[in-house]
Every structure is written in C-alpha cells, then in structure tokens.
Write a new protein. Structure first.
Length: 97
C-alpha cells in the first residue's frame, strides 16, 4: 500500500510538472509573438520615416535644380563665369596633389 501511495504521489507530481511546463511553453510562445509584433511595428515606423525623408530630399533636390536652371537662364554670362572659375579652382587643387 505504501508503494501505491508513493506511485500515486509521483504520478500527481509528474502531472503537475507537465501542466507547469505546458503553461511556461504557452507563456513563452505568447511573449515571442508579442516581441515579433513589436519589432514589425518598429520596423514599419522606421521605414515610413525613412520614406518621408527620402521624399523630402528628392523634392528639395528637384526644387534646387529648377532654381539653378532659372538663375542660369536669367544670367547666362555670370553663370558661365562662375562655372569657369570653379573649374579653374578645381583644376588648381587637382594639380597640387
């Protein structure tokens, strides 16, 4: 009878251990899913922000291009003189190396 009682206690202990292990597994899976969801949301936020920065930069570059084209059309001789001066300066710096 003592052997049966010990076996019964062991069986109950094993069942409790299985339940606790199952609960832990479920909790870890839930935590993993939550972490994955949070990482995806963070990634999406960063991607949206970077897309916004790219669009702003592209718009500013186009705006600068149009502004430069208009200035060149308004003052072609001044623009040519500035371009020649910059070319000369870059050439001089290049020759020093």
């Amino acid at each position: 009878m003592a052997a049966e009682s010990a076996k019964s206690m062991t069986d109950r202990g094993m069942e409790t251990l299985r339940e606790k292990t199952g609960d832990m597994k479920s909790s870890l899976q839930d935590m993993g899913a939550s972490a994955k969801q949070m990482a995806q949301e963070q990634f999406q936020g960063v991607r949206d922000t970077m897309s916004g920065y790219y669009e702003q930069g592209r718009d500013r570059a186009i705006e600068l291009e149009h502004s430069l084209e208009n200035r060149i059309r308004e003052k072609p001789m001044s623009s040519l003189a500035v371009a020649a001066g910059l070319g000369f300066l870059i050439g001089m710096l290049w020759m020093r190396k």
